[in-house]
Design a protein around this ligand. Structure first.
Ligand code: FAD
Ligand code: DLZ
Ligand code: SF4
Length: 507
């Protein structure tokens, strides 16, 4: 009998390690302390993963397969994946362990030792749920000076024949971002997000999580995520029908009290395997051909999945394990408390943290241009920031979180992923949101106690990192502007930044 271990983010019936499963094999799924606490995941994320795992186990059993499922509160729970595999090897005659490669380097490194430790053959199969293989990405990256997402994305469009009219992109352009990214209008009637029906498994798991993980960040209730494939498909269809048409227009817009905007909220389903990337892309493309959504929206959405999602995975496996310890800007400030409590006068940060706490979700621009931008310009330590992003979002797994945080947000990789740091002053947040209207700081004020901290922290960041950044051709304009500032102005910026850092906590 073969033992096939299925992880919490491998909930796909066509999974490589299940492709040849028979009724005489044993499938192992287990809720283990090790995976739930190696970072202290948001409570809602644990409820989501455990509930989806339990439903998936049932779906496999319904196919007549033999599943050994270990719940978190099972008295026989060994607490770790390896412990659980060892326990089954004791109880059954196992000839081989079969696995699909995990999404995180730490687990891959561990699984690679298992054959020696367990004294059994261990087969690690490629995860073929992605649209580019690691070998394909490495071949694309090989010999290139710069690994820009846009060029990789064009290759993927050609390879998968997505939004193509013969050899050319439909609409004559690869990218329609010039039509996207509008500021939010004063009134916007955002559709209600998908809400899954009450579910007895979710109820039972919520009790376990509330009891076993009381010190983890985040709220369990309200819980509206889909936890089955059927339900995740409904959420996807609802996005395609109700939100996709305006996805491009308001992709970067932020509105107080509207956490979901026109985004799809499917990242958590894609990343745990309930949805596949190609089906999301195909449905979006069909919506364009049926006249349900314009090209700027459909292309923008598809680029996120076919481009960014595949690209960051490629970067992760290409650059790990060194990627995790990179700190090109030598940033060391500890994460301020308000990332947990939301207790700050900066209204934009407060709103994004509180929504993250409630929903285990924030949309891309909240993650990048509010929370991430603050982490960048305040010089927060990459390890702290990565740990925070890994645990707070329901869609977070290291293969996707780390390149977004260390690469896109913190420039800790020195420019592998982004050609320049995404640093911005309060002006950007003012333009793309209505947060500044209810803030006790004034976004138009540049210095002093009333000034928006993003304004002076931005210039302090530019000044502080001159050595590392002044030769970057895309930063030339900023360094010229800095050079034109009077000494008094530069001193006022440094003083404000120093005062702010003193006030937010230990250095
Ligand atoms: P939409 O905006 O509707 O986009 C559709 C899909 O495109 C997403 O579900 C996702 O699968 C994909 N996508 C979009 N942008 C990216 C991107 N930059 N990288 C990879 N995939 C992308 N995404 C994660 O899946 N997990 C993470 O842990 C994660 N951490 C992030 C941390 C930071 C600092 C930043 C800036 C971005 C992060 N992202 C992460 C990317 C992106 O913010 C989320 O994928 C997105 O917000 C999820 O919400 P959505 O499903 O509504 O996405
Ligand atoms: C995220 C997560 C959590 C919270 N718990 C479990 C678990 O108990 N058992 C499991 O098999 N997987 C879990 N996961 C998902 C894993 O952490 C994920 O498979 C790895 O991080 C690899 O991406
Ligand atoms: Fe954020 Fe500054 Fe606007 Fe306040 S004034 S909401 S701190 S950008």
């Amino acid at each position: 009998m073969k033992l096939r271990l299925v992880l919490g983010d491998q909930l796909t019936t066509s999974l490589a390690s299940l492709s040849d499963v028979g009724t005489d094999d044993l499938i192992l799924m287990c809720e283990v302390k090790e995976e739930a606490t190696y970072v202290k995941h948001h409570k809602k994320k644990i409820v989501f993963v455990f509930s989806a795992m339990r439903h998936f186990a049932q779906a496999l059993r319904d196919q007549g397969l033999n599943v050994h499922y270990v719940t978190f509160d099972d008295p026989c729970n060994a607490g770790s994946l390896r412990g659980q595999v060892e326990a089954l090897i004791q109880d059954y005659t196992i000839s081989e362990v079969v696995l699909t490669k995990p999404g995180e380097f730490r687990l891959l490194a561990e699984f690679e030792t298992w054959s020696d430790q367990l004294k059994l053959p261990v087969e690690l199969r490629e995860d073929d749920r992605f649209l580019a293989t690691q070998a394909e990405f490495a071949a694309w990256a090989g010999g290139r000076k710069q690994l820009r997402m846009e060029y990789f994305y064009r290759e993927m469009r050609r390879k998968h024949r997505v939004l193509m009219g013969g050899p050319d992109p439909i609409g004559g352009q690869w990218n329609f971002d010039a039509d996207n990214r509008k500021p939010p209008p004063k009134t916007l009637s955002v559709p209600e997000p998908f809400k899954a029906r009450d579910d007895t498994i979710v109820e039972a798991v919520s009790e376990v999580v509330a009891r076993e993980f009381p010190d983890h960040f985040g709220d369990i209730h309200p819980f509206h995520f889909a936890v089955t494939r059927e339900c995740a498909l409904q959420a996807l269809d609802m996005f395609i029908n109700e939100r996709l048409a305006l996805f491009g227009d308001y992709q970067d817009a932020m509105v107080q009290g509207e956490p979901w905007m026109y985004h799809s909220h499917i990242g958590l389903y894609l990343n745990c395997g309930l949805l596949t990337p190609l089906e999301c892309i195909t449905k979006a493309e069909a919506a364009y051909h049926e006249g349900l959504a314009p090209l700027n929206a459909v292309e923008g959405f598809i680029r996120q999945i076919l481009g960014w999602r595949e690209y960051v995975r490629g970067i992760y496996w290409l650059r790990m394990p060194a990627y995790k310890s990179e700190n090109a800007l030598d940033a060391h400030r500890p994460l301020p408390d308000f990332f947990w409590t939301g207790e700050t006068q900066m209204n934009c940060v407060r709103q994004c943290v509180l929504e993250t706490k409630q929903n285990a979700y924030a949309h891309h621009i909240q993650r990048l241009m509010v929370l991430g931008n603050f982490a960048l310009i305040a010089g927060l330590a990459p390890d702290d920031v990565n740990e925070w992003y890994m645990l707070v979002y329901a869609d977070a797994y290291e293969w996707v979180e780390l390149p977004n945080v260390s690469g896109m947000v913190l420039f800790a990789d020195g420019g592998v992923l982004a050609s320049k740091p995404y640093a911005a002053s309060g002006t950007y947040i003012k333009k793309m949101s209505n947060y500044c209207d209810s803030c006790s700081y004034k976004v138009s004020v540049k210095n002093g106690r009333k000034a928006c901290p993003f304004n002076y922290l931005y210039w302090d960041f530019i000044d502080r990192n001159a050595e590392a950044l002044h030769r970057n051709p895309r930063m030339g304009f900023m360094y010229k502007t800095l050079a034109r500032m009077s000494n008094e102005k530069r001193a006022a910026i440094a003083d404000d930044a120093l005062r702010f850092f003193k006030e937010i906590g230990p250095q």
